[in-house]
Design a binder for this molecule. Structure first.
Ligand code: PEP
Ligand code: MG
Length: 372
């Protein structure tokens, strides 16, 4: 960071009350975020670790396993890989909180695309490919087809997937526990926050919390050591925002996933809309801005407000943050500051801007209060 810019951002730090964390999934990004002044990791998307070239074949084995034993074997292989990922994160962020989100996307995202796989089978059939290979590729095609959903973003993902296959979050939590204990042994200070994605019902979080806690206790018993931790949830569905007072009974923190909350709150698919009607909506002033870039204050922002109020009604000091893209957007930061959230989390490169915007938002709010 340029020295003068760093000085100005430093002044902003003396003013702002919002903390600024970063979204990062590797030790390298976490270290960069720290250089940019992040005060922790607000979102570690663990699926990015699953996508790495050396992991993907094992992840596929786990997904396509025909029985519990072979799934367990694949998960056993994944565990040390995840542990080393988390060790890197905890080391880079020693002394600062790291929010690790349990696996979120639907499983088909780790498999070949349905159309590509169908074409592959067809090509092999037409060119009289090896019979054994054709049989294997056909089997894969059937499995990909079985996992394909009409609306995958509203489908078997997040906590739903975790409750269906609890062995996946159990593996991840074991890896988190072992990583935190290992980093502590080497003099580091991991601050562990485990986050459950896509919760809609309080009962989902109650069950996940029980799974997480039991797994951690098993690890603590085996190691003869323990650490403090927090378990929280993303609030990224309208139902979760509306029912936040119930959900808060099982949460130490809420992190607003404003990307999904925008998709589900307004009912528009980001992947489809940004390239089609949304830009003409913005050009024609039907919407003031792209709601995926700047929060729709009255609508989606209203859901965030509901979530905040419900959370605080149950736990006055529940920790509250934002980890959607809006966390790095100055106009959206004004709302998050007004709601008195604890932190915003954004990509490492946006951290300095967010630090600056958080101070500006507070000054603007103070000026407005004085004038009213
Ligand atoms: C969100 O929905 O705002 C979020 C941070 O999660 P995702 O990984 O789905 O963007
Ligand atoms: Mg999300």
């Amino acid at each position: 960071m340029n020295e003068d810019f760093a000085t100005v951002v430093g002044w902003a730090d003396e003013i702002r009350s919002l903390q600024v964390r970063a979204n990062a999934d590797t030790g390298e990004d976490a270290a960069r975020a720290r250089e940019f002044g992040a005060s922790g990791i607000g979102l570690c998307r663990t699926e990015h670790m699953f996508m790495q070239a050396d992991r993907l074949p094992v992840v596929r084995e786990m997904i396509l396993a025909g029985d519990d034993d072979s799934r367990a074997r694949a998960l056993e292989q994944l565990l040390p890989m995840q542990q080393s990922d988390f060790e890197e994160m905890f080391t880079a962020m020693s002394g600062l909180p790291v929010t690790i989100r349990l696996l979120d996307p639907p499983l088909h995202e780790f498999l070949p695309n349905l159309v590509d796989q169908a074409l592959k089978v067809q090509r092999l059939e037409l060119t009289d490919g090896d019979e054994k290979e054709i049989a294997e590729e056909r089997k894969l095609l059937r499995q990909v087809s079985a996992l394909t959903e009409m609306n995958p973003m509203l489908g078997t993902r997040g906590v739903r997937l975790a409750l269906l296959y609890p062995e996946i979050p159990v593996m991840q939590v074991r890896a988190i526990a072992r990583a935190a204990l290992a980093v502590t042994k080497h003099g580091g200070e991991p601050i562990v926050e485990i986050m459950v994605p896509l919760v809609a019902f309080a009962e989902e979080l109650r069950r996940m919390r029980a799974i997480i806690t039991q797994t951690l206790e098993e690890e603590f018993a085996a190691a003869g050591e323990r650490f403090e931790y927090m378990i929280g949830t993303m609030i990224e569905l309208p139902r979760a925002a509306i029912m936040s007072s119930e959900i808060a009974e099982h949460a130490d923190f809420f992190s607003f996933g404003t990307n999904d909350l925008t998709q589900t709150g307004i009912g528009i698919s980001r992947d489809d809309a940004e390239g089609s009607f949304l830009s003409s909506y913005a050009d024609d002033d039907i919407v003031r801005a792209n709601p995926f870039a700047t929060i729709d204050t009255g609508g989606v922002g209203g859901l965030v407000r509901l979530g905040v109020d419900g959370g605080r009604a149950t736990k006055a000091d529940i920790k509250l943050g934002v980890c959607g893209e809006h966390g790095g957007d100055p106009a959206s930061i004004e709302l998050f500051n007004e709601l008195g959230l604890n932190y915003v989390s954004c990509s490492p490169f946006r951290v300095p801007i967010a630090r600056f915007a958080a101070a500006q938002a507070l000054l603007k709010q103070q000026a407005a209060n004085q004038n009213s």
